[in-house]
Design a protein around this ligand. Structure first.
Ligand SMILES: [Fe+2]
Ligand SMILES: [Fe+2]
Length: 368
């Protein structure tokens, strides 16, 4: 079925065209790559996987409770609207909210694929082009998986959020080759990764858990790539050039914190925009969620050398400054471990089922 039939509202033109001023660059140096970057490229090749095979698509998903979300975490919980809602309404709200969230993941993954391809095109060094080519493939697989989940299991999609689209547009239009890294790898992916992690660690539904754990295993490499490339490059920039990048980060962070809340979902339930914004502002759960969304961005920004006064102050104002001290390497190692552990558990369960089957077959043979 065409996705356009599943969108909650018409998305207009079938393509979004973003003009760009960036240059394509080819390098004639084929033998001088940075060891760490080439090692990451090798890992990117070794760790490819196929979502059509690795994910158990036969698992059923209840679209009215796809993630096992507790009532208290819904933004309307405790409001007069919630009191008036029937169980059916609440199921409908869960379906819309999860569709909205996974749709933003899907559009973000497509954006990540395009940004990774842009990096292949515009980054000066061949080692970075090689690595980013593997990432382009990773992001294609991710977009495929989220798209399949939404089509097959949810039957509903939301258009891209206006502000996510604006940030993606700014990232793609910029002529500086480091901006797709900063806008996508650091900001948008940093935010997405934190959101994936929160769902992965709280959902009790096996299909979304598999999807998120396996996608996050790849994302750990993407973050490592962004850090490596930007740390090298930013150490050569002037103060003025660094401040420009910091302004971009500050603006992007506020935008995502304040304008990426799924207010459009509540509007679809007849709640006026101002009221919907107020509810999402007042929800204790959402306030906590919004802070946790920065757990991957803040340490990364600090690590790549964007840690000027204004940026530090912005993070103090957002209440996320302390996150700069969290250990990104540890978080990413955990992301990889969780995916491997999930694989091991699933294969052990399958093995057990096979053994039981064989034993039963032998027993029924003996009986007969
Ligand atoms: Fe991705
Ligand atoms: Fe990624």
């Amino acid at each position: 079925m065409s996705t356009h039939e599943l969108y909650t509202e018409a998305v207009g033109e079938p393509n979004w065209q973003v003009p760009s001023a960036s240059s394509a660059r080819l390098s004639w140096e084929y033998d001088d790559g940075r060891d760490r970057l080439l090692a990451l490229y090798q890992k990117g090749k070794d760790k490819q996987w196929d979502g059509a095979k690795r994910i158990d698509w036969d698992l059923e998903v209840d679209p009215y409770d796809p993630l096992g979300t507790p009532d208290e975490s819904m933004s309307l919980y405790g409001t007069p609207y919630w009191a008036k809602m029937t169980d059916k309404d609440k199921g409908e709200l869960r379906k819309h909210y999860a569709s909205w969230q996974f749709s933003q993941f899907l559009h973000g993954e497509q954006g990540a694929m395009v940004c990774a391809a842009r990096i292949v095109e515009s980054v000066p060094d061949l080692d970075a082009k090689f690595y980013s080519a593997t990432q382009t493939m990773d992001e294609a697989r991710h977009a495929e998986i989220y798209g399949r989940f939404l089509h097959e299991k949810m039957g509903m999609l939301y258009p891209i959020n206006d502000n996510l689209q604006a940030l993606l547009g700014d990232t793609l239009r910029d002529s500086r080759w480091d901006m797709p890294y900063l806008g996508m790898q650091v900001l948008i992916e940093g935010l997405a990764l934190a959101a994936f992690g929160l769902i992965r660690d709280t959902t009790d539904k096996p299909l979304p858990k598999q999807i998120l754990a396996y996608v996050m295993q790849d994302e750990a490499r993407h973050v490592a790539f962004g850090r490596m490339a930007l740390r090298d490059y930013y150490s050569q920039l002037t103060d003025a050039e660094l401040r420009e990048r910091e302004e971009f980060v500050i603006e992007g962070c506020y935008l995502m914190r304040d304008r990426l809340r799924g207010v459009e979902v509540l509007e679809n339930f007849g709640i006026p925009k101002a009221q919907a914004e107020q509810y999402s502002e007042e929800s204790e759960f959402l306030a906590m969620f919004r802070q946790l969304l920065f757990s991957r961005i803040v340490p990364c920004v600090k690590d790549i050398g964007l840690w000027g006064k204004r940026l530090q102050q912005a993070y103090v104002d957002m209440g996320v400054f302390e996150m700069g001290n969290s250990n990104l390497d540890l978080l990413m190692a955990q992301d990889e471990e969780i995916a491997e552990k999930l694989d091991a558990e699933r294969f052990a369960a399958e093995e057990q089922a096979r053994v039981t089957e064989v034993r039963d077959a032998i027993r029924s043979g003996e009986a007969g």
